[in-house]
Ligand binder design. Structure first.
Ligand code: ADP
Ligand code: MG
Length: 298
């Protein structure tokens, strides 16, 4: 579907940069009682930075930190996720990158490709497993250590062997806590939904005032759809805000799908409403404004 109009009524929607797909969208905002929020890029800036590189004992002989970053960055240069952008940027400004061939990605899982004749797989443990890479206890322990320190940790395999971990740090957007308070005052229950690990998710939730029972972590893209559907089956009317390829199906499943304009085209295509820019407060404004506009129309 393509956007068919700007939020009209007062014309304020256009001024505020809120794009909706049709008049029915306004109707849907009225009954929404739950707002599901993607974490990375929606509640947090998604402007991650590489905080640490660690090599595993199973790494190929002679591999260095810089070599690990160059190989992973070369593959991630073809990726779209905020994680991909961060790793590619760190490689570019450090050891450099070389072109990747046979690139492939699994939304919510990771990436893979060939760099300098070496086979690279990067992502979460399940993605490495799908690619036939064994993770020993030491690899899991190292991964947990990084996560407990609050990092989003990406495993990197080289030529079929677990080689290292790239740890990334994200920050909560300035306006996110205030926006979440506004959702509550609009009568919406905020839920944090993420493919990232539970420790990082809990840390972000605490900063923005979402209680632990409303945090769903380690959720795959299809799991995000199922989570939205479960709420709907409980009789809730669900808005979902997201920015990623991994959010698209859940945005389509939600009663009101909201995309961040700073995010991917795929998310915007799947959503009913897009807010320009990256401020979560815009999402609260969109809901307030459309409710007010509806009152004016009636
Ligand atoms: P979120 O819901 O927070 O936006 P995703 O569902 O997109 O997160 O990703 C979940 C997890 O999958 C990430 O935390 C990471 O471990 C892994 N992942 C996703 N994309 C990539 C990528 N391009 N490179 C490495 N790992 C990735
Ligand atoms: Mg995201």
């Amino acid at each position: 579907a393509t956007p068919v109009g700007l939020l009209t009524g007062t014309g304020r929607g256009a001024q505020l940069g809120i794009l909706i797909k049709g008049p029915q969208v306004l109707e849907d905002t009225r009954t929404v009682d739950t707002i599901v929020l993607d974490k990375t890029g929606t509640v947090t800036t998604g402007a991650l930075s590489v905080a640490r590189l660690s090599l595993l004992d199973t790494a190929p002989e002679g591999l260095t930190d810089a070599g690990l970053l160059r190989l992973a960055g070369s593959v991630e240069a073809a990726g779209e996720h905020p994680i991909a952008r961060a790793i590619a940027a760190a490689a570019s400004s450090g050891p450099g990158t070389t072109p990747v061939t046979d690139f492939d990605s699994a939304p919510g899982g990771g990436v893979r490709g060939s760099v300098d004749g070496r086979r690279i797989v990067a992502g979460r443990p399940a993605w490495l497993d799908e690619n036939g890479i064994d993770l020993d206890d030491a690899a899991y322990a190292a991964l947990r250590g990084e996560q407990e320190a609050g990092s989003t940790a990406v495993l990197v395999a080289v030529d079929g062997r677990a080689a290292g971990i790239i740890s990334l740090q994200d920050t909560v957007k300035d306006g996110s806590a205030a926006a979440i308070a506004r959702f509550r005052s609009l009568g919406l229950r905020p839920v944090l939904l993420t493919g990232d690990n539970a420790v990082v998710a809990a840390h972000v939730a605490e900063q923005v005032g979402i209680p632990a029972e409303d945090v769903l972590a380690d959720v795959r893209p299809q799991g995000k759809v199922d989570a939205v559907r479960r709420f709907q089956e409980q009789g809730r009317t669900v808005a979902m805000a997201g920015d990623g390829v991994n959010d698209a199906a859940a945005l389509a499943q939600a009663d009101l799908g909201i995309a961040m304009g700073s995010g991917t085209d795929v998310a915007m295509e799947a959503a009913d409403l897009t807010v320009m820019g990256s401020d979560l407060g815009q999402v609260a404004t969109a809901i307030e404004l459309s409710r007010r506009t509806l009152r004016t129309i009636r």
